[in-house]
Ligand binder design. Structure first.
Ligand SMILES: [Zn+2]
Length: 300
């Protein structure tokens, strides 16, 4: 009798262990074999994609970012160690649109059967400046919704059984994005002033969303300080348009912004490009602060 109970118990135990193992083994061969726990290991290229993936994936994902905190991503190049970490991931999410100038070197290294590669900006409404593609799509509350949808779809592809959870998290975040957009769309529509000055030309998508216009100290890729002639033009523009705030990013030439501000008697005001983790602010909070500060500067 005793033996019988023990053997029944062992069966249950072994059964439970087997089920446990099965749940850990993930749905597709795409999942990297080296991952032993049941979280999806995601590598993203730049910081905002980390937060989007965590928002949608919740506890089911472990996300790392290739570009280290406090590094200007336009200057980043992956190191050998980065490639090693990348090949151990289940998924690699990048922004696309030329934000990762080094993307071809990654494509040569990762095995697409093991690491699912996700171009998060696929299908967005791309903005161009002349011939150049503007990579800063995550600064659009509208375009970022498509990027999050792509991330959500990729998570579902690897982990179909949690489809409902990913759909719900995505919808919740999308609602937050839309609500912030609607709030400021109404506010900006009532303003006559539309021009503001930034550090590097990162806010083109944001401007397009709200009918605003940016002038910048540095170009689209955060390169090059202005020539004396360009600086003079900026000074004249600020004076002609009664510009009272010069926005400055922590990672892009604050010195020039300060010079400009003192020339025209304006204040230097911080703005977040979200290209890196700044002040440990979440995406929605940082975007709300950006919009509030731009609004205040145009409302003077
Ligand atoms: Zn940038």
């Amino acid at each position: 009798m005793g033996k019988k109970i023990i053997s029944v118990l062992s069966c249950i135990l072994i059964g439970a262990l087997l089920v446990g193992c099965n749940q850990k083994g993930k749905t597709k061969d795409l999942i990297n074999d080296e991952n032993k726990d049941n979280k999806i290991k995601v590598m993203v290229s730049i910081y905002p994609l980390k937060e989007f993936t965590e928002k949608i994936g919740g506890n089911n994902v472990e996300v790392n970012c290739l570009v280290p905190d406090n590094m200007e991503p336009h200057d980043y190049e992956p190191k050998t160690k980065d490639f090693e970490n990348l090949t151990k991931s289940d998924m690699f999410i990048y922004n696309g649109l030329g934000m990762e100038s080094w993307i071809d070197s990654v494509n040569n290294v990762i095995d697409e059967k093991k690491v699912l590669k996700v171009n998060s900006s696929e299908g967005i409404d791309i903005r161009k400046e002349g011939e150049l593609i503007d990579p800063h799509s995550w600064l659009s509350l509208i375009q970022v919704q498509k990027q999050c949808e792509n991330i959500k779809d990729a998570l579902i592809k690897l982990d179909e059984k949690n489809t409902q959870k990913y759909e719900e998290n995505y919808k919740k975040f999308k609602d937050e994005l839309n609500s912030l957009y609607n709030e400021y769309s109404g506010k900006f529509n009532q303003l006559e002033k539309k021009d503001f000055i930034t550090g590097h030309a990162a806010f083109g998508y944001l401007c397009r969303d709200f009918g605003l216009s940016q002038k910048s100290v540095e170009n689209l890729y955060g390169e090059g300080e202005p020539t004396p002639k360009q600086l003079e033009e900026l000074v004249n523009f600020c004076k002609d348009n009664n510009i009272k705030n010069i926005f400055s990013e922590s990672l892009a030439s604050p010195k020039v912004s300060k010079t400009l501000a003192s020339e025209v008697g304006a204040d230097v005001v911080p703005i977040y490009t979200l290209e890196s983790n700044e002040d440990n602010k979440g995406y929605i909070d940082a975007m709300r602060e950006n919009l509030e500060r731009i609004y205040d500067s145009l409302n003077k």
